[in-house]
Design a binder for this molecule. Sequence first.
Ligand code: DX5
Ligand code: ZN
Length: 227
Amino acid sequence: MAVQIAPSILSADFARLSDEAAAVADVADWLHVDVMDNHFVPNLTLGLPVVESLLKHTGLPLDCHLMITEPDRWAPGYAEAGARNVTIHAEAVQSPVRTLRAIRAAGARAGLGVNPATAVEPYEDLLSETDMLLLMTVEPGFGGQHFLDLVLPKLRRARAMVAKSGADIWLQVDGGVGEDTIERCAEAGADVFVAGSAVFGSGDPAAVVESLRGQAERATARATWRW
Ligand code: DX5
Ligand code: ZN
């Protein structure tokens, strides 16, 4: 699996979202969209109407990260709207099998996210229902936080778990990922990298995406989990 970079629009200018998306359109693999409801996390961002508008203005596939309560109720709607990936949180979902299946049935990839303090092992039996595991590397809710190294052992365990399953499941890291931390993530087993402030907080978002990709690719090439 190749390295994939997903710039997070949480750190973009919300009044100029289509321009911000265009700035990374030629170099990014995904546009990561953080949906927050002020209940699951102490912050409020955007919802389905903004996602629907964004879909009309960017060719990048949308990676919707739902940090909301009741993902069972809302997640399929994002997939139906055209999001290419929809990630729900293990801590919030009531019926993960039903909801992950509903996301897939609506034509999207199904992601399952865990906060830093949530173990991945209880979800091993759900891997067949999942296309991507998202390991939060900060407490969810805000951009620009410091990367939590304590997640790295879990990332290694998740990579081993996925390898054992034999399934092609992506491992995404989100939070504090930038030039100082992306190599650690790649070496530990991540292959999809969300970066918000590192990309949109810079003067040249596209150049940062390309530079992060290079770092991640070099780190992946020397990673022991590869084979
Ligand atoms: C945080 C969000 C992240 C956020 C990451 O809860 O899920 O996607 O945008 O921002 P940075 O890369 O600045 O830590
Ligand atoms: Zn996110």
